[in-house]
Design a protein around this ligand. Structure first.
Ligand code: DGL
Length: 258
């Protein structure tokens, strides 16, 4: 089964490129279209209804481009809207959820930390998953302000360091041995986070798991491309410079209202 249509990927902004990179590394021949809804970021403080409406708008745009599969590269959109998307559209969706399972299963201290948006931590989907790990203490922290600083291109600002220290120190004090990054923007903060966390604390995100799941769904249901090579396409509806820089200026970025 061959399918040369593109894989669509969207996020509230530039963070989902951390997921896109994992997909592109694993499936370099696949054509990909990435949508950064930076104009409406952050999603994390929005209501569920708003997140569902924004997610549908992004999906409509990607479907106009004939995407064969859509990756919701945003924990907030997945935990608030993926059931609605699956109910309304006849196309496979792959979502991204905080990797609590591998953290809880491997934790020796039985205490893990999770940093995510308010929208993710308050969602029913996240809370259902968290309830499955009754033997593990999960320290939840909303990453207030982090997404906005990343979207504004202030990754390495003193304000970022201060916020991260204030969010992580209580987790260190509580003896976590795993930190789950529950937002696709946060992998870009790993260098700063490593400066704060003691070395024995593992940091995990969901990028590679999502890429493997994408590969499985293509194999089982949708079909791989037989193209030798495809150039990825990026759309953003505000502040294109930050997206270009997070992609190391390697790919063209189109600014477009959607
Ligand atoms: N990157 C997103 C996530 O994974 C959303 C951040 C936001 O827009 O608040 O949750």
């Amino acid at each position: 089964m061959t399918n040369n249509n593109p894989i669509g990927v969207f996020d509230s902004g530039i963070g989902g490129t951390s997921i896109w990179k994992a997909i592109h590394n694993l499936l370099p021949n696949e054509k990909t279209i990435y949508l950064a809804d930076s104009k409406n970021a952050p999603y994390g403080q929005r209501t569920k209804e708003e997140i569902v409406a924004l997610s549908k708008k992004n999906v409509d745009f990607l479907l106009e481009m004939n995407c064969k599969l859509i990756v919701v590269a945003c924990n907030t959109a997945t935990t608030n809207a993926i059931l609605e998307l699956r109910a309304d559209y006849d196309i496979p969706f792959i979502g991204i959820e905080p990797a609590i399972k591998p953290a809880a299963n491997n934790s020796k201290t039985q205490v893990i930390g999770i940093l995510a948006t308010k929208g993710t931590l308050n969602s029913e989907l996240f809370n259902k998953t968290a309830e499955m790990f009754q033997n593990t203490k999960i320290i939840e922290q909303v990453g207030y302000g982090l997404v906005q600083l990343i979207e504004d291109g202030n990754l390495n600002s003193p304000e970022m360091t201060q916020l991260l220290e204030s969010y992580l120190q209580p987790m260190i004090d509580a003896n976590i041995d795993y930190l789950v990054l529950g937002c696709s923007h946060y992998p870009y903060l790993i260098p700063q986070i490593k400066k704060i966390l003691p070395k024995h604390i593992h940091i995990i995100d969901s990028g590679e798991a999502v890429a493997r799941q994408t590969q499985n769904i293509l194999r089982e249901k949708v079909g791989f491309t037989d193209l030798e090579k495809s150039d990825p396409v990026f759309y953003v509806n505000s502040n294109p410079e930050v997206l270009k820089s997070i992609l190391d200026y390697k790919y063209p970025v189109t600014e477009k209202d959607f």
